[in-house]
Design a binder for this molecule. Structure first.
Ligand code: ZN
Length: 208
């Protein structure tokens, strides 16, 4: 039988209210995750996991501020506040998340010279995080994706999942977005739909 995995994206303190890069209402998805986790035979959590010298942090570029733009490994990089530094409080999973139900944790953003919004690849699509290989080795065919933020890590993770060939479902009520520009979240959802990602509600997210 085709295996279905639940992929939890970046449900970390720094993306929840009070965090360094808070997603509005981000912690509201924790109960949604906790209700879903026991329903899946495989639960994988992706987490943003930067070394302190990461090139996406404005403080690591002399004379630059948060929101500034640099070239990082040939990619346009918008500079961020310090967030999700490995083993810091901000990088920890949201305190109420049912971490005991998580089978595998996959870090992304670990290379200081390149950012990675996706749980599968760096932003240049050169280095894999190991998530795709892991899911294939577990004979996963279908994945349900939820987490933070809809218009960043969730979008890029879902798009890469399609590239890997997974049947990909997005749990819409299990995501929250940032909307730096009005319409960003709507555009992200449309981009995912166009790539073949199916939108579902958490009530419908039972392994198929
Ligand atoms: Zn990051």
């Amino acid at each position: 039988m085709a295996k279905t995995a639940l992929i939890l994206v970046d449900i970390q303190n720094d993306f929840c209210p009070g965090g360094a890069m808070a997603v509005p209402d981000g912690d509201a998805i924790v109960p949604v995750a906790n209700a879903l986790i026991p329903r899946f035979e495989l639960v994988v959590a992706v987490r943003d996991w930067h070394p302190a010298n990461h090139g996406c942090f404005a403080v690591n570029h002399f004379g630059y501020k948060v929101g500034g733009v640099v070239a990082l490994n040939g990619q346009r990089q918008i500079l961020r506040p310090i967030h999700c530094v490995q083993n810091s409080h901000g990088a920890a999973f949201a305190p109420d998340l049912d971490v005991a139900g998580i089978h595998q944790i996959i870090p992304h953003g670990t290379d200081p010279n390149i950012d990675s919004y996706s749980g599968f690849f760096d932003s240049n699509h050169i280095k894999s995080t190991g998530l795709g290989e892991y899911l294939k080795s577990e004979e996963v065919m279908n994945i349900c994706v939820m987490g933070l933020a809809t218009d960043f890590a969730v979008k890029f993770t879902a798009l890469d999942a399609r590239q890997w060939g997974f049947n990909t479902l997005l749990i819409e009520d299990g995501c929250r977005g940032i909307n730096y520009r009005p319409g960003d979240v709507a555009a992200a959802l449309e981009e995912m739909r166009s790539a073949g990602v199916q939108m579902i509600d958490s009530e419908e997210a039972v392994p198929v």
